[in-house]
Ligand binder design. Structure first.
Ligand SMILES: [Zn+2]
Length: 346
């Protein structure tokens, strides 16, 4: 019954949003940088890319060059698939995922779809795994969301909403916020692998930072900055919920930081993104003042470094000058205002 309600609410709520990435800081560099070589189409990854002139007979080359100048290359598009589970108890969660097409309704992942030039597509898959997990399978380029994980998030969301006197809408918010963060984290692993991005710290921490950066940079007509921050808070709550506090040597030896550390790292990233706007994170006690002092520098450095790594891989079609980007952000922010509830309705 709960899942039926969720399907209904999700189907109504998950509307494709008009959105862009607001990376104005690195668009400056981008505007000054020389235009990149046209990217190979996803289907052509088996063959190394050749310069247009060398690949075509001499008489067709000028025509191709003209076309290339007007039609900029698109990026690599992802694939999405829902694999039927063997266990009957996971059928309802599989039905929910496939009916609402949950993978195509992750705004940041969908924004990345076709935005970057990758050596091969990332395949987003939901499947039965026999364990509660989500992971990146390097050999196939698959980002897998296990039905067991999806089921746990649905249950956690229901329990939290019930305990706080919340609604099905709150349950839905918890679920989608966590899915967005989780799938971006796994997408981060895929990008590190496929683009051979350098990492000198622990990759698990780095891709948490990438997920946070992408969520904080997302600009949508349907979500305010407050909504985005709230989504990140819901995602960070997951780390506290799943950290029992009873840490043994195996926990400390794990490649992941412990849940509480991941929680505070996220708080630091959000607060540091705009300390004035998110001061409440410190005053409410979610982030100790001693850590908060360095968060602005930390957050900005992390964002800048990730953007430096990703920027060269943006497909030519999606490159914008700083002015073009700002105009688009202004347009979306105007839509945010129009979409906001009427100010005098009580
Ligand atoms: Zn990971």
């Amino acid at each position: 019954m709960v899942q039926k309600i969720i399907i209904g609410v999700l189907a109504a709520a998950l509307i494709a949003v008009c959105s862009i990435w607001g990376y104005s800081t690195w668009q400056k560099q981008q505007a000054a940088a020389p235009a990149p070589v046209a990217a190979p189409a996803a289907a052509a990854v088996v063959e190394p890319a050749k310069p247009v002139d060398a690949a075509l007979p001499a008489e067709t080359a000028p025509v191709a060059a003209e076309a290339a100048a007007t039609e900029k290359a698109d990026g690599t598009h992802f694939t999405y698939k829902y694999v039927s589970p063997r266990s009957p108890q996971l059928l309802s969660i599989y039905n929910m995922a496939s009916e609402i097409d949950v993978l195509r309704n992750l705004p940041e992942v969908n924004q990345l779809d076709g935005w970057l030039t990758l050596p091969r597509p990332i395949n987003f898959i939901t499947a039965e795994c026999g364990t509660i997990n989500a992971f990146y399978a390097r050999d196939k380029g698959d980002v897998v969301l296990c039905y067991e994980m999806l089921d746990m998030l649905v249950r956690q969301g229901a329990a939290i909403a019930q305990a706080n006197g919340g609604s099905t809408r709150d349950q839905l918010k918890y679920l989608m916020a966590n899915l967005r963060f989780l799938m971006l984290h796994e997408t981060g692993h895929a990008l590190v692998d496929m683009l051979d991005l350098p990492q000198t710290g622990r990759e698990e921490d780095a891709v948490d930072q990438l997920a946070t950066t992408l969520m904080l940079s997302f600009v949508s007509a349907d979500e305010s900055e407050g909504d985005i921050a709230q989504n990140l808070q819901l995602a960070s709550n997951f780390f506290l919920l799943t950290d029992s506090g009873n840490h043994d040597m195996a926990t400390y030896a794990d490649e992941h930081s412990v849940g509480a550390q991941r929680f505070f790292n996220l708080q630091c990233m959000i607060y540091g993104h705009d300390p004035g706007k998110y001061l409440r994170i410190v005053t409410s006690g979610r982030l100790p003042e001693a850590r908060a002092l360095r968060c602005e520098d930390e957050s900005k450095q992390i964002t800048r470094n990730w953007m430096r790594l990703i920027e060269p891989n943006i497909a030519p079609k999606h490159r914008m000058t700083r002015e073009e980007e700002q105009a688009k952000i202004d347009q979306i922010k105007q839509k945010q205002v129009e979409n906001a509830p009427a100010p005098y309705v009580r």
